[in-house]
Design a protein around this ligand. Structure first.
Ligand SMILES: NS(=O)(=O)c1c(F)c(F)c(S(=O)(=O)CCO)c(N[C@H]2CCCc3ccccc32)c1F
Ligand SMILES: [Zn+2]
Length: 263
């Protein structure tokens, strides 16, 4: 199994030993700051096809020991990227109850409270994500920055199930809903760059789209995310809280991040 973690002897500084790409090029996440941003008028709004999933369809929510991930319906895909990308799963990254600064990407050096990723694979060129995940242009990940605000009923459609996936390998079914509700206002405004998976094996295969505007969830919803899950199995005598499951920002030299909006 994947023997890596975010803390301790298998923490991120040791990842390159077992996963060489983690010490390679084009690594994510990164910090978005003024002098690496460049407006690009060709960055058009993405089209989200099949995101409105019927409640008779079921998503599977799983605690995989690293994050909580929700397997998505293969009828969901994005258009307006260089290729068509089909949805695979979504998952989250967060901090802890004393420090709600667990986003992966940062803006002018600032963390947001948490970050949600919707992982897609290039279904035009590859049959499935396993074939796509180590190829150039293989994956496209949408990133939504989360911050504290009013209660968010759309996010609650996922969050209300956290108590049933407290421990590693637990799963629960979530009735389908319109996943587009999870996206921020103005999804036409985003950061775009070529990067990598932020977990081992860190393949440099990801076309990143990080939406400019954060989504608000309540303090209570954030606390539930920060305190509900464990990395360990239900019968483990030494339970490990699933907290701070974000990678630190990586060196980003001699490259630009393209933005679809003017400052
Ligand atoms: N931040 S990130 O880079 O988007 C990111 C994660 F952070 C993350 F934890 C995961 S994981 O939950 O699968 C646990 C470790 O792979 C993924 N999985 C992707 C890529 C790896 C293999 C795979 C296979 C099927 C579906 C999705 C994925 C991931 F892409
Ligand atoms: Zn992620």
């Amino acid at each position: 199994g994947s023997k890596w973690s975010y803390i301790g002897p298998d923490g991120e500084n040791t990842w390159p030993k077992k996963y060489p790409f983690c010490g390679g090029v084009f690594q994510s996440p990164i910090d978005f700051h003024k002098d690496i941003l460049q407006y690009d008028s060709n960055l058009s709004p993405l089209e989200f096809i099949g995101y409105n999933v019927s409640s008779t369809d079921l998503f599977t929510l799983t605690n995989n020991g690293h994050s909580v991930k929700m397997h998505l319906s293969p009828t969901m895909h994005i258009r307006n990227l260089p290729f068509e990308y089909t949805a695979s799963q979504l998952h989250l990254h967060w901090g802890n109850r004393n420090k709600s600064e667990g986003s992966e990407h940062t803006v002018s050096g600032k963390h947001f409270a948490a970050e949600m990723h919707i992982v897609h694979y290039n279904s035009e060129k590859y049959p499935d994500i396993t074939a796509a995940m180590d190829k150039a242009n293989g994956l496209a990940v949408l990133a939504i920055l989360l911050e504290i605000g009013p209660f968010n009923p759309s996010y609650e459609k996922i969050f209300r199930h956290f108590r049933n996936v407290k421990y590693k390998d637990q799963m629960v079914h979530v009735p389908g809903f319109n996943v587009q509700e999870l996206l921020p206002d103005r999804p036409d405004e985003y950061y775009r760059y070529e990067g990598s998976l932020t977990t081992p094996p860190c393949y440099p295969s990801v076309l990143w789209t990080v939406f400019r505007h954060p989504v608000k969830i309540s303090q209570e919803q954030l606390l539930a995310l920060e305190t509900a899950m464990y990395c360990t199995e239900s019968d483990d005598p030494e339970p490990l809280e699933m907290v701070n499951n974000f990678r630190n920002v990586q060196e980003f030299r001699e490259r630009l991040v393209f933005i679809s909006f003017r400052e």
